[in-house]
Design a protein around this ligand. Structure first.
Ligand code: GAP
Length: 514
């Protein structure tokens, strides 16, 4: 069986080869952790965004959207805590001149110890066969117990250092555990320093005294600072939500795993404003609602899990991540946080403006509490890509690569293919494409054999192909080919249109949510 790392590399190459994702500035040797979406990628990305946007704003009477600017007044980032605390601890290796996140180096070391434990377990499982009791083995095997003790000890020391923001201790851990630079192999480390992740630029000409501004590291603050505008102009009554999709920028020190961690990425965030004291009820509501949104895609229920935070940020009173099983392990795709009244209160303090809600039922004013749901578009894109990719061996020694992208998200919904390039078949196929193109992204293709054309459509995840042959000219029937099963059925053009409308529309997904 192919190793998961190799599977991931294959998916990354496939994404490039079929016009989903390109390295930014590739002809200039690329720009690290910045990516461009190609002709198929942008369609998939837009469909993901539409699915989220419509689920938020169309299925909830009390959620509206906004689109705030990327540039914002710099004091906003002081109020939000990003200027002082949006930092990663970094360390340099003097020999390789490479820079690392100190916390990631230590997490990788913990991962290595866990790998050792897993190796012991799988070796024993092979040795004992069916009679193997894994739980018992983990509890009693002296080598496993020793590794576990080391892991727990390191984990505890690491968690304490992070909690206390103790940079000297982080360096000491790296030295004590003999962690070496993966490039130079040496332990010649600098001290650990804090590194702020926000990108800075200047607004206005320098002669006027330009103002230093930041590229926003999250879209959420654009929602908070517009809370009053939306509440008043939309006559919104609590509880209500504001949704936004937009770019965010973070100067990530360690950018890894393709589009999983990028320097420019896109977020879909929703802030739900509630009465103080009711936040945990709504936290639970959004936790379940968001998981339902993910599961409705049918990527596999077993691929999701919650990771509830034990250690909470000082302003949060509950937090969880929805994690998805990527080829490189379970990873965060979405965060759901109960952020109390922290953000709005901070903006009240820093702006000097009252940001309160008069609750007519209670007859009193208060700063609303907030539940936030925050998901990365690019990470969502990666979950869809990774879970859709399949290399299939077919009967007769043939093979194909197919992307089982959920039909409503597929970049191209249908390809209309004339069997041959003559006898009026291209004209008939064009006529069918024209009939369908007002409802879906519908492609026409006549080059190469029909088999090759099917394979190309499979590789970009097109759920249906309509093949036009001589019989079509006689009775208006076509062959409808299904991507996942490769089954072909003879149906009328009208029936093909009906099936497509039912299966590929976003409607079919949204209906599963209510
Ligand atoms: N407003 C809350 C917030 O921004 P976060 O956990 O820092 O919370 C939310 O980010 C989501 O944004 C993450 O769950 C992830 O999907 C996405 N995200 C964060 N940093 C990212 C990066 N460097 N590249 C791609 N996606 C990222």
């Amino acid at each position: 069986m192919a190793k998961q790392e190799d599977v991931f590399k294959t998916i990354v190459s496939h994404a490039k080869e079929y016009g989903f994702v390109f390295q930014s500035s590739e002809i200039y040797d690329g720009l690290s952790a910045v990516y461009d979406y190609g002709q198929n990628g942008v369609e998939l990305k837009n469909n993901i965004k539409r699915y989220w946007w419509e689920a938020m704003t169309m299925l909830h009477d009390n959620i509206v959207g906004i689109d705030s600017a990327i540039f914002m007044h710099p004091t906003i980032w002081k109020a939000s805590g990003h200027v002082d605390a949006f930092n990663d601890p970094l360390i340099d290796n003097r020999d390789s001149k490479k820079r690392y996140r100190a916390d990631v180096l230590i997490e990788d070391e913990i991962g290595k110890i866990e790998e050792k434990i897993n190796k012991e377990v799988s070796k024993a499982a092979k040795r004992f066969g069916d009679s193997f009791d894994e739980a018992m083995f983990r509890q009693t095997n002296p080598r496993v117990l020793e590794h576990q003790r080391k892991r727990d000890e390191l984990h505890e020391r690491f968690a304490k250092a992070m909690e206390a923001n103790d940079l000297a201790e982080l360096k000491q851990i790296i030295l004590d555990y003999g962690i070496v630079c993966p490039i130079s192999g040496t332990r010649n480390w600098t001290d650990v320093r804090q590194f702020n992740l926000m990108f800075k630029t200047e607004m206005g000409s320098t002669a006027d005294g330009a103002m230093e501004v930041y590229l926003r590291p999250e879209t959420a603050q654009g929602i908070f600072v517009n809370y009053l505008n939306v509440q008043k102009t939309g006559r919104m009554r609590i509880p209500f939500g504001i949704a936004q999709i937009g770019k965010a920028f973070r100067n990530e020190i360690v950018a890894r795993q393709f589009i999983f961690r990028m320097r420019e990425f896109e977020q879909m965030e929703m802030q739900f404003f509630v009465r103080p004291g009711e936040e945990l009820k709504y936290f639970d509501f959004w936790r379940q609602t968001r998981l339902r949104w993910h599961k409705a895609l049918g990527l596999g229920d077993d691929k999701y899990r919650f990771h509830d935070h034990e250690k909470l940020a000082h302003y949060a009173n509950a937090a969880t991540d929805i994690e998805f099983k990527m080829p490189f392990g379970f990873k965060e795709v979405e965060g759901i946080h109960s952020r109390t009244d922290f953000d709005l209160s901070q903006h009240e303090k820093f702006s000097g403006k009252k940001i309160q809600y008069f609750d007519p039922e209670l007859g009193e004013s208060y700063v609303p509490y907030v539940i936030e749901t925050s998901i990365g578009v690019d990470r969502m894109f990666l979950t869809v890509l990774c879970s859709s990719y399949e290399e299939q061996q077919l009967e007769g020694g043939d093979s194909r690569v197919v992307l089982h992208i959920p039909a409503p998200l597929a970049p191209v919904k249908c390809a209309v293919l004339p069997l041959i390039k003559k006898d009026g078949l291209p004209e008939k196929a064009r006529e069918i494409q024209h009939r369908l193109r007002f409802d879906f992204n519908c492609h026409y293709e006549e080059k190469d054999t029909i088999g090759k054309r099917y394979r190309r459509q499979d590789a970009i995840g097109t759920p249906y192909c309509i093949t036009v042959d001589h019989q079509t000219l006689e009775d208006d029937t076509v062959t409808l080919r299904h991507r996942d099963t490769m089954a072909q059925e003879r149906v009328s053009i009208a029936e093909a249109e009906r099936i497509l409308k039912e299966e590929v529309s976003l409607n079919s997904l949204l209906r599963k949510l209510l």
